[in-house]
Design a protein. Structure first.
Length: 181
């Protein structure tokens, strides 16, 4: 016998396990596999389904919130556009009203100016008439005094004096009227 073969027959092979260990390991593995499939795997599946449901619910809720936010944004934009249009309309109305007030005030000022001018012209005409009357009276008195001195007799008679003064003034008006035109 070979001394090496003797040693090989007596020593177990370290790479191959003993058949009883293989059977015991296989039974333990199958038992562990049964426990995992019966108790652990359904629990993991349940937790996974709950988590997936929560995530999908969160996504759906987020999409709903985003859709609501988009709707609110559109409403806001529509209200903003409406407010801008209303502000433009109010601004245009205010401009038109302001222009109407300016036109009305201008018309009132022109009317008042025309009234003041007319009143001033009437007052000037009245003063002119008064001055002409005073000048006629003074001129008539002076003319009578001068005529009395020239003629040498007194022209104290009222009717004669008035006739003389009127005739003199008429002649004076006739002479000054063509020159005034």
């Amino acid at each position: 016998m070979n001394p090496t073969s003797y040693l090989a027959a007596e020593a177990p092979n370290p790479v191959l396990p003993h058949p009883s260990e293989i059977i015991l390991g296989l039974i333990a593995f199958l038992l562990l596999l049964f426990v995992l499939q019966k108790f652990v795997s359904p629990r993991f599946e349940k937790l996974y389904a709950e988590r997936a449901e929560r995530i999908e619910g969160g996504i759906a809720k987020a999409e709903a919130s985003q859709a609501e936010a988009q709707r609110v944004l559109q409403e806001y934009k529509a209200q903003l556009a409406e407010a801008r249009a209303e502000a433009a309309r109010i601004r245009d109305d205010a401009r038109a009203e302001g222009q109407a007030i300016v036109d009305e005030m201008r018309e009132q000022a022109q009317t008042e100016s025309a009234r003041i001018v007319a009143q001033g012209q009437a007052q000037l005409a009245a003063q002119k008439a008064q001055i002409v009357a005073e000048l006629r009276a003074d001129l008539g008195r002076m003319a009578v005094d001068l005529a009395g001195r020239v003629v040498g007799e007194s022209l104290e008679d009222e009717a004669r004096r008035r006739g003389t003064v009127d005739r003199f003034l008429d002649e004076l008006d006739a002479v000054s009227a063509p020159a005034g035109k």
